[in-house]
Every structure is written in structure tokens, then in C-alpha cells.
Design a binder for this molecule. Structure first.
Ligand code: 13P
Length: 263
């Protein structure tokens, strides 16, 4: 197995389990899911694991209301790259930050694919979120075609370097990275723990080269793609996997919390 020489599971890296609700969440479903997650989190999740709910924009305030005082964090799925202005339908990082959000997902593969977001644009979004003290969860991941063509290392390196390597050490330390192989998203086909570890260690080695080993050892790298209660333990036991970005299973409170208990 590929190990990064910079890895240290005993470092101060945060364990994070974030639920990306994607375009799901009527008012009723939002209230039910968020309150169940908050209750189960309070009863069952041990200190030290950060649990984040990431609903559609319109559900954020209600999720925050239900999560208040619980320690469960809340994030957004996207932000615009400009500070403010005439961009009908968009939400800026500054607006999100003013609502006291903790995280924003940047560069999810669905944004890259369906909304044409490229690395240069995503670098701007990362800058906006950091400017407003909102921690970006920067996503990267190869398609099936890229993996089969043995291009996955190249693709990941390009996404990570073009999206993040203009940052300074202080900024990158506030950033979370999520590796989500596109072929594993919503397909029920998870990357094996070894495949995921290999890429996570690779990402950490890139960070160590660009920044320092100490900086690289402190950045949380999450895995996403068909994470379920049945495979989370094995994935999270890998030395460079610091948690998960969960899609489908985050819509079931029981599954989501069981995943958060898998460290
Ligand atoms: P699934 O867990 O449904 O595969 O989705 C993963 C994902 O895209 C999270 O951002």
C-alpha cells in the first residue's frame, strides 16, 4: 500500500463527517433529518469528531436553528466567486459568512460537470471563502475514463495544484480537501480503502512538497463516494483518510450518525 511519509494519525488533524444533501430537502424533510441528526449526535457521537450538515441554501437557516448549541456544524454547497453585485440567483461567500456558516463545498464534481466550473474559477471561490473565514471543502476526483486511462494521479495533481497552490500556508491549513472519485459517487461502487488511501497519501505528498511536511500533516482529507455504515470503518482506519463527505447516506439520520461513529 502507498503510505505517505508525512502521515501521522496522531497529529492534530480533525476528523470530519460532512453530509452533502445535494438538491434534497423540502421544509418537512429538512426539519426531520436535521433534528434527528442533532439528537443522535448529542447522544452518541464522541467528542473530537466534527459532524457537518450541508443542506441546499434555503434550508441553511432552519438547520442552523435546529443545530444551535449542539456542536453540529452547518455548511453550504457552493458560493459565487465575486464579492457581491448583479448576479441573480447566486450567493456570495460574504453572505454565507454573515449567517455564521462553518464550511462551503467548492468544486464538487457535479458543479464541475453540470455547471462548467474549472480549476481557475474554483481557485477564485476558494479565495472568496477564505477571505470571509469560511472553511472551503475543496473537492477533487477523477472520472472512470481517467482512471482506466491511468490518468488519475495527473488529474488530481492538476485539480489540487490549480485550485489550491496559490494559497499561503496559513490559508491552506484552513482548507479541507475531499477526494471524490466521480465513478464512486452515487453508484454504490466505493473505492477500496487501499485505492482511496493511495490517492489521499498522494495528495498529502503534493501538499508537503508545495508547503511543508508539518502543514501537510495537519490538513484533513476526506473521502467521498458511496460511503455507507458498512464501509466507513475500513475507509476511516486508513492513515491518510480523515473522514468523509457523504451524499446518499447523509439523508438517513441513522446511517449518517453511524458513519460519524466509525473512527
Ligand atoms: P454518495 O455518497 O451518494 O456517493 O455521494 C458522494 C458525494 O458526492 C458527496 O459530496
Amino acid at each position: 500500500m502507498f503510505h505517505s511519509q508525512w502521515t501521522n494519525k496522531n497529529s492534530m488533524r480533525k476528523h470530519i463527517v460532512a453530509g452533502n444533501w445535494k438538491m434534497n430537502g423540502t421544509l418537512e424533510a429538512t426539519q426531520k433529518l436535521a433534528s434527528e441528526v442533532v439528537n443522535m449526535y448529542n447522544d452518541e457521537v464522541k467528542d473530537g469528531t466534527e459532524v457537518v450538515m450541508i443542506p441546499p441554501y434555503i434550508g441553511i437557516q432552519e438547520v442552523q436553528r435546529l443545530a444551535k448549541g449542539s456542536g453540529v456544524k452547518v455548511g453550504a454547497q457552493n458560493c459565487h466567486q465575486e464579492e457581491s453585485g448583479a448576479y441573480t440567483g447566486e450567493v456570495s461567500a460574504g453572505i454565507l459568512a454573515s449567517w455564521s456558516l462553518d464550511y462551503v463545498i467548492i468544486g464538487h464534481s457535479e458543479r464541475r460537470e453540470y455547471f462548467g466550473e474549472n480549476n481557475a474559477l474554483l481557485a477564485q471561490k476558494v479565495d472568496q471563502s477564505l477571505r470571509h473565514n469560511l472553511a472551503p471543502i475543496y473537492c477533487c476526483g477523477e472520472t472512470l475514463e481517467e482512471r482506466e486511462g491511468n490518468k488519475h494521479f495527473e488529474v488530481i495533481e492538476k485539480q489540487v495544484s490549480e485550485g489550491l497552490f496559490h494559497l499561503n500556508a496559513d490559508q491552506i491549513q484552513k482548507t479541507v480537501i475531499a477526494y471524490e472519485p466521480v465513478w464512486a459517487i452515487g453508484t454504490g461502487k466505493t473505492a477500496s480503502a487501499e485505492q482511496a488511501q493511495e490517492i489521499h497519501a498522494f495528495i498529502r505528498s503534493l501538499l508537503a512538497k508545495r508547503f511543508t511536511e508539518t502543514v501537510a500533516a495537519e490538513i484533513s482529507i476526506l473521502y467521498g463516494g458511496s460511503v455507507k455504515p458498512g464501509n466507513a470503518k475500513e475507509l476511516f482506519s486508513m492513515e491518510d483518510i480523515d473522514g468523509g463527505l457523504i451524499g446518499g447516506a447523509a439523508l438517513q439520520s441513522r446511517d449518517f450518525i453511524d458513519i460519524a461513529k466509525s473512527f
